[in-house]
Design a protein around this ligand. Structure first.
Ligand code: IPE
Ligand code: IPE
Ligand code: MG
Length: 239
């Protein structure tokens, strides 16, 4: 069990390694994605218990649309299955579901079930489970720029008033604090277009553990590492 004080308020996770996990077992990639949903359930539950306020999980990137159509279809179906199956559990644990990304690209049914899940958990006041789906950091910034320009043309925004705070209000994460801790599983050391704006001062934690194997003890290790760090935000610490 990790130290209860200084728990990161917002944890973001790039879940990676499902395909490799399946390959090691001589099974199709879909087997790994399915096993990955068990890890997601474990970690959502644990974050709720730890008192994390927001958990943002990268489940499907803008770039993942370029995977073979069969894998994409399978992932979209899995999403429906997972939201449907977990709704009761989320409500029991007071978890509010939210989604960030370009949801207009999702197949109708996936979007419908996701929005239903968001509606059905909207009164919950505990952990916010933020699923990044069809999400890309650059696409998010482009979409914010378009909306800001539109509002400038409508004279709702003055160009001189565009600042970091205003830009933040046009992102999918409007109203949410930036992530304190970003975890990437699967051993790759990159951000893969995740939360580019929001991670300006986020602490990064990379682990070779493949997502289906990621459990409470691995999250403890990540949080312990976070708790040992000194966040300076460009300043210097007075001794
Ligand atoms: C992460 O696992 C899940 C998604 C990106 C949808 P991968 O499918 O990327 O698994 P690897 O990286 O190929 O092992
Ligand atoms: C990042 O994983 C995206 C998600 C976890 C949804 P990828 O497997 O798509 O990333 P790359 O291609 O290795 O950078
Ligand atoms: Mg991957």
């Amino acid at each position: 069990m990790t130290e209860q004080k200084n728990i990161p308020g917002h944890i973001a996770i790039i879940l990676d390694g499902n395909g490799r996990w399946a390959k090691k077992r001589g099974r199709p990639r879909s087997f790994g994605h399915r096993a990955g949903t068990d890890a997601t359930r474990r970690i959502v539950q644990y974050c709720g218990e730890l008192g994390v306020r927001i958990l943002t999980i990268y489940v499907f990137s803008s770039e993942n649309w370029r995977r073979p159509p069969l894998e994409v279809t399978m992932l979209m179906r899995l999403l429906i299955e997972m939201v449907r199956r977990e709704i009761r559990e989320l409500n029991k644990n007071n978890v509010r579901l939210n989604a960030i990304g370009d949801l207009s690209l999702l197949p109708g049914k996936t979007r419908e079930v996701l929005e239903e899940g968001i509606r059905n958990t909207s009164a919950n006041t505990g952990l916010v489970l933020n699923l990044a789906i069809s999400y890309g950091g650059r696409a998010e910034i482009v979409s914010a720029v378009q909306s800001i320009v539109r509002d400038c043309l409508k004279a709702k925004v003055k160009p001189a008033n565009i600042n970091e705070e205003l830009v933040g209000q046009y992102l999918y994460t409007a109203g949410m604090p930036d992530p304190d801790l970003l975890i990437r599983t699967g051993g790759d050391l990159r951000i893969s277009n995740f939360l580019l704006w929001q991670c300006a001062y986020t602490e990064f934690y990379f682990t070779p553990v493949l997502w289906p194997d990621f459990d409470r003890s691995h999250l403890d290790e990540a949080i312990d590492s976070f708790q040992r760090r000194e966040r300076r935000f460009g300043k210097i610490m007075e001794s």
